[in-house]
Each structure stands twice: as C-alpha cells, then as structure tokens.
Design a protein around this ligand. Structure first.
Ligand SMILES: *Cc1c(COP(=O)(O)O)cnc(C)c1O
Length: 305
C-alpha cells in the first residue's frame, strides 16, 4: 500500500475549564492527522473497499458525492496512490460550471468527473442505474456515496482498536452512519456511543441504525439537536465555537462534521447531560479540506493551504 499512514495515532486531552468544572475527561482521537487528503474515517471505509476491489479483480474505482465531498477526494487520492483509475459521479449539473477546490483537486489526482442532474443522482442506488454503470465501466469497483457499504462498515470497525478500554462514551459525527455502525459493532458493549447527525431531522437515522447494529450492542443514542441549519450549513454560533476551540487548544475542526459534534459535546457537558467522572472520547474524523469554502470565517487555515 503506497499510502503512508501515521502509525501512531494520538489522543489529545485538552485542558479546558469547562471540562474541569464538570469533572469530565475528554480525549480527541486525531484521525484527521492520518493523511492530508485521505483524512479520518474515509480512509478506514476505503481500505476494506480496496481489498474487496482487488479480490474482484477491479483496478478502477467509481463512487458518488457532492462538490465538497471528503469521500470523493479520499477516493481520488487512494486511486492515485495505487495507480488505479477513478471516476467520480458528482451531484448536480451546476457543479460543472465552477469547479470547487475539492473537485479541482479530484481532477488533478486523475479522477474522471461525471456530472449528474439531481434526478439522475437520486437513482444512484437503483439496480437499473447500477447495471448501466457496470456495463459502461467494466472491471470497476462501485462504492456507494460516503463509502456506505458492507466493506465500509467493516473498515470503520477497525477504528475501535484506537479507543481506550476505560472510556465511558465514544462520540462520532454522523453522515450516512457507516462509521458509527462499524464502530458500534466492534466496541465493548459497556461503552456508550453518542452519534451526532449533521443534517436536519437526523432522528430518521434511529430506525436505519437499529437495523444495522446487532441488538446486543444497543448502548447508543443520537444527539440530533446539533445540525446548525442542516447538512453543509453553518451558523455564527458554530463558527465562533470552532474559532474559540482552535484558539484554546490549537485543534482545527471542520464545519460540516466535527465542529458540530464538538459544539454538541460541550453544550451537553455544560447542561450536565454527562455524569461527572465520564471519560469521553470524541473521534476527530477529519474533513478539514471542506473548510476551504468558509476559509474567510476561520482563524485557522484548511489542512492543505
Ligand atoms: C464522511 C464524514 C463523516 C460521516 O461519516 P459516516 O460514516 O458517513 O457517518 C464524519 N466526519 C467527517 C469528517 C466525514 O468526512
């Protein structure tokens, strides 16, 4: 594997008076430091997909995402390192007109970008559409949006080995829920998991996750109040939390996922929702490249600037 990953991942324990006051230890697992492009949880979800692709004899990856997608970029970077081809199916025809920084970088890594109308994009899981793709792109491993398949879930499950055995709560931001389900399946059932959906109305994920997670692993809950306006949206309060957090602890957060989770964790701690003595590990799932679109609002740069 040509991708050089950080061997030793770090857990930071920020010294913060809000935590001291509540009697809570908060560690941050720095998956964001894994790789500048293949950041965070996306690598774990891809790793197992690459293995499955190799077994299937494929040497080309095809996947789906929006114009700011961390998953598209991670896929492009992984394929580039392996000398494989990659195809990105991008949501929205308008995305072709002015390529975002994310898409420019995907293209520079050799990803072929195919732009789909929203209607076409909504077909991305239909068997008929997948058949068309399979005949148009033979010997190609198709990965669903966000790396949300069985291999992705299994890959995410290996994040569990970095989590301390004496933790009481593990916090993760939720997009598709693949990372959450993968970790929940492999984590000691006594450790609680808190999921932070980043979209509005994230409670719908409850039923989906119930189906995906073994019932013996039911020590989990969703904290769905921290969407800050919806997927890809942000508020003044979120941005000032992220800037303040960086100024205190020099830890950069992204505005789509980890900023919302961390702001949620601190609001819950200040509201007394977590018992004193808790040892919480928040997983920094990366995604910092996505901050390019709001760079002027942040006191720290995106990972790659
Ligand atoms: C994709 C992503 C998530 C969400 O992961 P899911 O497995 O889709 O729930 C969380 N954090 C970051 C930084 C991401 O890029």
């Amino acid at each position: 594997m040509a991708i050089k990953l950080q061997e030793q991942l770090r857990i930071d324990y920020p010294d913060d008076e809000r935590l001291r006051h509540a009697g809570i230890r908060l560690g941050i697992l720095r998956l964001d430091e894994l790789h500048p492009r293949v950041s965070g949880n996306k690598w774990f979800k891809l790793e197992e997909n690459l293995n499955a692709a190799r077994e299937a004899g494929a040497m080309r990856l095809l996947t789906f995402g929006g114009a700011y997608s961390n998953h598209l970029l991670a896929t492009a970077a992984a394929a580039h390192h392996l000398g494989w081809e990659s195809i990105g199916m991008v949501r929205g025809l308008h995305a072709r007109e002015a390529l975002t920084g994310t898409l420019q970088e995907c293209a520079a890594l050799g990803m072929e970008l195919v732009f789909l109308s929203r209607e076409e994009y909504n077909e991305k899981e239909s068997p008929r559409f997948l058949d068309i793709l399979r005949s148009r792109y033979p010997q190609t491993w198709i990965i669903p949006e966000g790396g949300n398949n069985e291999a992705g879930t299994k890959g995410a499950g290996s994040i569990t080995r970095y989590l301390p055995a004496d933790s009481t709560h593990i916090a993760v931001a939720i997009g598709t829920g693949t990372t959450f389900a993968g970790i929940r399946a492999t984590l000691d059932a006594r450790i609680a998991m808190l999921g932070f959906p980043v979209m509005k109305g994230g409670a719908y994920l409850e039923a989906i996750l119930k189906d995906r997670i073994p019932s013996t692993q039911n020590n989990w809950s969703l904290c769905d109040a921290y969407h800050f306006g919806g997927f890809g949206r942000h508020t003044e309060a979120l941005l000032s939390f992220m800037n303040d957090f960086y100024e205190r602890h020099r830890i950069p957060l992204d505005f789509v996922y980890t900023g919302k989770m961390m702001c949620g964790i601190f609001e819950m701690i200040e509201a007394g929702s977590l018992p004193p003595g808790s040892h919480v590990i928040a997983i920094h799932t990366g995604g910092l490249q996505g901050n390019r679109s709001i760079a002027r609002h942040l006191c720290y740069g995106p990972a790659d600037s």
